[in-house]
Design a protein around this ligand. Structure first.
Ligand code: PEP
Ligand code: MN
Length: 345
């Protein structure tokens, strides 16, 4: 249930509403709002009776039932888009946001060269893994804190924001010291201990869709983070596992549009992991802009042939700049479309 409180309600009146919600056996999960208080209540009880009772209270403007199991992230909870602010950058707003950089942070020179080039080409966020989830335990596992320090140095030099993966709840505090956006990898989408800890991390989260996860499961994982206190979550379609072998994963491109129907959270596309092949990345990127993603995360490396991870899907820095240039007419159209759709909502 979502209960909107009238603007002029006093603290006591709000407490009175909370008490009544609890009396009906519901748990209050979040109270939010700058202008007005909106209370989210979850649980099992006599919904109809409870809603009637709440609506009869003078300080209650409306009380509605949310049918989706993912309550706070659903469009029923909020019909307007969530805009995530990171300093002057906004994700989910009026600009298409490009995030780019290597799969892994490998050296100071590699990350600095990448950062300067992607910033020059128009990216606003630098990606780079310092903790890497690798299929084989014998593969490069990432530079850990040393890698985070290099990312911070690249931010200092370029003004780019940093997105980097956190693999364990034990590393959340450390990664949050350096990152602007905490990335949850596909393999960790249902690591509930990690999701709960990210609810309290004080940083926006980029949540990637699991290798075999449904759209609903992705939304339920986002709900964990939001229900534990962090409303700044963006969802990422990065391809799912199917019988197809020509591409590394199968991009469920329509998931972007489906998510836009179901949730107010920003949606990001990762055309690199979705294809596994650099030649396919620009085409999928165009599709991502056209279908209404809020942004994109792309792997780009100064020398993809020497990359320690995901070289085959990484664009070189010239190819990345070319792709950004080629995307311009699409992002212009995106802006026009976004302008007219937000005018409607
Ligand atoms: C990555 O971004 O490099 C990565 C490991 O992605 P995913 O979790 O989507 O496989
Ligand atoms: Mn990668």
């Amino acid at each position: 249930m979502i209960i909107s409180i009238r603007r002029n309600a006093t603290r006591e009146q709000i407490d009175e509403v909370c008490e009544r919600i609890r009396d009906f056996g519901y748990k209050i999960h979040a109270i939010e709002g700058e202008e007005r208080v909106v209370i989210g209540a979850v649980g099992v009880g006599d919904v109809t009776h409870c809603l009637e009772s709440l609506e009869a209270m003078a300080q209650v403007e409306s009380a509605v039932r949310i049918s989706a199991p993912y309550k706070f992230v659903s469009k029923e909870f909020r019909s307007t888009r969530t805009r995530i602010r990171i300093g002057e950058l906004e994700i989910g707003g009026d600009e298409f946001v490009m995030m780019a950089g290597p799969c892994s942070v490998e050296s100071e020179q590699q990350i600095m060269t990448s950062a300067e080039a992607v910033a020059k080409a128009g990216a606003k966020v630098l990606r780079g893994g310092a903790f890497k989830p690798r299929t084989s335990p014998y593969d490069f596992q990432g530079m850990a804190e040393e890698g985070l320090k290099l990312l911070a140095k690249a931010r200092e030099a370029t003004g780019l924001k940093i997105v980097t993966e956190v693999m364990s709840d034990q590393d959340v505090a450390l990664v949050a010291d350096y990152a602007d956006i905490m990335q949850v990898g596909a393999r960790n989408m249902q690591n509930f201990a990690l999701l709960k800890t990210l609810g309290k991390c004080g940083r926006p989260v980029l949540l990637k869709r699991g290798l075999s996860a449904t759209i609903k499961e992705l939304l339920m994982s986002a709900e964990y983070i939001v229900a534990h206190g962090n409303p700044d979550v963006m969802l990422c379609e990065r391809g799912i596992r199917t019988f197809e072998t020509i591409t590394r994963n199968t991009c469920d491109i329509v998931a972007v549009a489906a998510l836009n129907e179901l949730t107010h959270l920003p949606v990001i596309l990762d055309p690199s992991h979705a294809t596994g092949k650099r030649s396919l990345v620009p085409a999928l990127a165009r599709a991502g802009v056209a279908i209404g993603a809020d942004g994109m995360i792309v792997e780009a490396h100064p020398q993809p042939e020497k990359a320690v991870s995901d070289g085959a899907q990484s664009l070189n820095l010239t190819q990345f700049a070319q792709m950004m240039n080629d995307l311009k007419p699409y992002t212009e159209l995106w802006k026009l479309q976004r302008g007219s759709s937000s005018a409607k909502s």
